[in-house]
Design a protein around this ligand. Structure first.
Ligand SMILES: C[S@@+](CC[C@H](N)C(=O)[O-])C[C@H]1O[C@@H](n2cnc3c(N)ncnc32)[C@H](O)[C@@H]1O
Length: 278
């Protein structure tokens, strides 16, 4: 179901059918967002393992630094590229709390992961937590993967995870109702989800409404443009990647857990052209 698969923070015991409180959509608040969407179990351990002893790491769609900061703490120099200014502001606040030697190892850049040109090559590029589904569909994902390829050192690796969608499966039922209750400081929020799938366009639109103890409500809508699982390998191949691995989940082998891909930029094999002795 979208609530469980898309937004795994949701420990959504149940979705009671009740009307969410009235709120304006698109009051996107990065702090409320981060309260609910805090990754998939095992993802940080996975990305840390992948980036261990790697000097230069790029995280695309780094959000508030949930993954970038543990990678910095582990010793890598990390560039976090993010489009949303609010998310970047939160990441910068977290960076400011690091001791100086770590702070200097995290560069935050506002940019678009569909087309970026950084004057650097990386050992690892990571795109955690469904961020490829934010880009608008297959063409922007293709552009993004090509940019990744161009920014990897020979033998460098790209890794990303997305929830799996399968061709020919019946559409999800629209969901509307209470999702969970969250606490932030002294504030408690009841969170309601309203999710709608458009199977023709391979999209989900999911509206989250947070109602606080003073009866105020805040809402925003996330749009996901998903790809079927069988599209990732050909897209990675056409971008030039080799040694493509597809894993079922971060832990164990769960068909419906996050799907994880790891792909490599080829080692340079061509010999430098022999000089003409004449
Ligand atoms: C699901 S969140 C993941 C955040 C972070 N990687 C994590 O795991 O917590 C997706 C992030 O990608 C960002 N994003 C979406 N489209 C983007 C784009 N075209 N370029 C850069 N960042 C983008 C969003 O603003 C959001 O912060």
């Amino acid at each position: 179901m979208p609530s469980q698969a898309l937004f795994p923070k949701a420990k959504p015991g149940r979705l009671a059918i009740m009307k969410p409180p009235h709120a304006e959509a698109d009051q996107f608040d990065p702090e409320l967002y981060c309260l609910l969407h805090d990754g998939t179990e095992g993802d940080i351990a996975f990305y840390k393992h992948l980036c261990k002893h790697q000097a230069q790491v790029l995280e695309l769609g780094c959000g508030a630094g949930r993954v970038s900061i543990p990678l910095v703490r582990q010793g890598s120099f990390v560039v976090g590229l993010e489009q949303d200014r609010g998310m970047l502001r939160l990441a910068a606040q977290k960076r400011a709390q690091l001791r100086q030697s770590l702070r200097e190892k995290l560069a935050l850049i506002q940019g678009d992961m569909r087309r970026f040109a950084l004057n650097a090559l990386f050992d690892r590029i990571v795109i955690p937590f469904n961020s490829l589904y934010c880009l608008g569909g297959e063409e922007p994902v293709r552009e993004c993967l090509s940019c990744c390829f161009a920014h990897l050192k020979p033998g460098g690796q790209l890794a990303f995870d997305c929830y799996p969608m399968y061709r020919g499966e019946p559409p999800f039922e629209a969901l509307q109702g209470w999702l969970t209750t969250l606490k932030s400081g002294r504030q408690t929020y009841d969170v309601y989800e309203n999710s709608v799938q458009d199977p023709e366009r391979q999209q989900f639109a999911v509206t989250y409404t947070y109602k606080d103890g003073q009866n105020r409500a805040f809402a925003y809508t996330l749009h996901h443009y998903y790809l079927f699982v069988d599209r990732f390998r050909p897209l990675l191949q056409s971008a030039g990647f080799t040694r493509i691995q597809e894993r079922l989940g971060f832990k164990g082998r769960q068909r419906d857990g996050q799907r994880v891909w790891i792909a490599e930029a080829p080692q340079k094999t061509s010999q430098s052209p022999k000089e003409d002795p004449t």
